[in-house]
Design a protein around this ligand. Structure first.
Ligand code: FAD
Length: 592
């Protein structure tokens, strides 16, 4: 049954055969390390020129079948296709197991785009303009928009209208709206409009608009989903070509250990295969590192590129003293605020999303229903006015169309002492009562952390809320979310479910700074958007070439000069497109 729903698996059986049967040769023109949002795009685009011999090394396997089912996204966390790192909570995480924030990221073809919540959000045009004005030449909104559009295969749907000029329709990466709105989504959008937000396409120029109170646009999410199935960058950019392009070799379960350097030139990669056997492969033209924000600095550090003192302390010979490798780490945070009386009852979630349920059978036959979404459904964009750069849209207030199930709260979010004593389990998990979540996100934090070498992987230290301004912005964003819930469209029967332990200490006033600060410090966690550990201007130049090195580039979230005001997968794929284009110009390749 699973196979009939997931034709891409059947179609791509040739591709899976190619993965397992192809042994990497010893020399390529280009070696790309990491098959996620950035790396899958780079490898796919470079191999459009049949003269370019490309090797893509990916530590994980092909994506498992569950990855194609959108609602299974949370359940992939903590499985072998998740790197499953964690970080000390810093200023947050007091209510999490061991005070630690779990940091999932995808370890498979498609990388984190095969485990993520699939919202397709590009950020604010002004984010990219400020990248460019800070020295990232060529990265202004006007200059990056063509690369967003190049990837995108927008599938026009019923809701709502989009700005057609802002979208691409011929690219391989499916972007769509849900045809069937889930309970509560249109209520959230209507309430945000009553509060002053404008229903507009958040991936267009309109995203830059703000009213005098800092309210911008609101819209149901656009998703990287096609016909009810996740479309990761692996699905979009690799599957159609694996086994079909003789010049593209994709090696799965190939864990890169270090980039091989001769003097100041990258000449290849050493990796370990699934059997633990070490191999060296050579690149005659370039090595592109695209292992994601945590692992890319890890690979550079293991290769001897990074802060000399730290490398010496870790016993790694310094090949290039580059102090900023691994620094400047930043991330968005989320706070899940459960609401009852609106959204989807747990009983429906169980019926629609578990293999025994009738609703799930319908999904398997038609690709429709609750299982065809992550339930992370709509966003409104806000400026608290407290970010030092005036007009920065530091807040994203989203609607989750269900309160999910205990698995999400306990295993994915890592809530400690998850019991009736501390939480309103009756309201959260009453199977008959509609429930949802408001997701309050701090998008433009000022706190910075770092990634350090630790054995064969890295230690991640996020320093969440280290900067006092972050706390103030975040409290203001949560209070704004409550003002949206106060609008007439939300019925009086809707109730915000405050964790019992917090309401006992801080009361139930949803405009209380003390309550929100405590809630944030206890239960805020990552929304999985780490960036900037090899930032343009600090580790790489505007062509994403590692400073003072030849033949070595980075193409993933680690090169963001600054965070953006929105989810990150679209921008990471855009970086892949732009890097591939710059490489093609340099090496005289003809891309399709
Ligand atoms: C749970 C979750 C939910 C998210 N939800 C959303 C969302 O709804 N919308 C959105 O826009 N963004 C979302 N994101 C973020 C988005 O998916 C990431 O920003 C984006 O995928 C990052 O792209 P990347 O290329 O930097 O890294 P990745 O996509 O993580 O790819 C890195 C790849 O490198 C591989 N790799 C790492 N080390 C090695 C090595 N040594 N050797 C070989 N291969 C290696 C990894 O296995 C991985 O495949 C989410 C992320 C997560 C984890």
């Amino acid at each position: 049954m699973l196979r009939s729903l997931l034709p891409s698996r059947a179609v791509s059986s040739r591709a899976w055969a190619a993965v397992s049967s192809t042994r990497a040769a010893s020399t390529y023109d280009f070696i790309v390390v990491g098959a996620g949002a950035g790396g899958a795009v780079v490898a796919s685009r470079l191999s459009e020129d049949s003269a370019a011999k490309v090797l893509l090394l990916e530590a994980g396997p092909p994506a498992p079948p569950e990855s194609y089912i959108p609602a299974a996204c949370a359940h992939l966390q903590g499985t072998p296709v998740d790197w499953a790192r964690s970080t000390p909570g810093g200023g947050i995480g007091q209510g999490l197991i061991d005070g630690k924030v779990k940091l999932p990221s995808g370890r498979m073809l498609g990388g984190s785009t095969a485990i993520n919540y699939m919202a397709y959000v590009r950020g604010n045009p002004k984010d990219y303009d400020s990248w460019a004005s800070a020295g990232a030449n060529g990265w202004s909104w006007k200059e990056v928009l063509p690369y967003f559009k190049k990837s995108e295969g927008f599938i026009p749907g019923k809701v709502p209208a989009i700005d057609r000029d802002a979208h691409g329709f011929d690219g391989p990466w499916a972007v769509s709206f849900r045809d069937e709105q889930l309970d509560g989504v249109s209520t959230f959008v209507a309430a945000a409009q009553e509060q002053g937000y404008k229903l507009k396409d958040y991936n267009s120029d309109a995203r830059a608009e703000l009213d005098a109170s800092g309210r911008g646009v609101v819209s149901p999410h656009q998703f990287t989903i096609r016909d009810g199935k996740r479309c990761s960058t692996g699905t979009a950019f690799l599957e159609p070509h694996m086994g079909a392009r003789p010049n593209l070799t994709v090696s799965c379960q190939a864990l890169a250990q270090r980039v091989l350097l001769e003097g100041k030139r990258a000449v290849g990669v050493e990796y370990v295969d699934a059997a633990g056997q070490a191999h060296e492969v050579r690149a005659t033209k370039e090595v592109v590192v695209a292992c994601g924000t945590y692992a890319t600095p890890g690979l550079l550090l293991r290769s001897g590129v990074g802060p000399a003192k730290e490398l010496a302390a870790a016993g790694v010979e310094t090949k290039l003293d580059l102090p900023a490798v691994g620094k400047n780490l930043t991330d968005h945070m989320l706070l899940l605020i459960p609401v009852s009386g609106i959204g989807t009852p747990l009983k429906e979630l169980v019926s629609e999303c578990t293999p025994e349920g009738d609703g799930f059978k319908r999904y398997m036959e038609t690709g429709k229903g609750l299982a065809a979404t992550s339930c992370y459904e709509a966003s409104a964009f806000y400026s608290s006015g407290l970010h030092p750069v005036s007009g920065t849209q530091d807040g994203q207030i989203s609607f989750g169309a269900t309160a999910y199930d205990p698995h999400l709260w306990q295993n994915c979010m890592g809530y400690a002492d998850f019991n009736e004593e501390n939480f309103r389990m009756d309201a959260l998990f009453n199977p008959e009562v509609p429930s949802g979540t408001i997701v309050a996100t701090l998008n433009r934090p000022l706190s910075r952390g770092e990634v350090r070498l630790a054995g064969s992987d890295v230690d991640v230290i996020h320093n969440y809320l280290a900067d006092e301004a972050d706390r103030r912005m975040y409290v203001a964003i949560c209070k704004e979310a409550m003002r949206i819930l106060d609008q007439p469209s939300f019925s009086n029967e809707m109730e915000v479910v405050i964790p019992k332990a917090l309401s006992k200490r801080f009361g139930n006033d949803l405009q209380s700074d003390a309550l929100w600060e405590a809630w944030i410090r206890s239960f805020a966690t990552t929304i999985y958007h780490p960036v900037s550990t090899c930032a343009i201007g600090q580790v790489v130049d505007a062509e994403c070439k590692v400073f003072h090195m030849d033949g070595l580039r980075v193409a993933d979230g680690s090169v963001f000069p600054e965070p953006i005001s929105g989810n990150t997968q679209a921008a990471c794929a855009m970086i892949g497109e732009k890097v591939a284009d710059m490489m093609a110009s340099q090496h005289g390749l003809t891309l399709a």
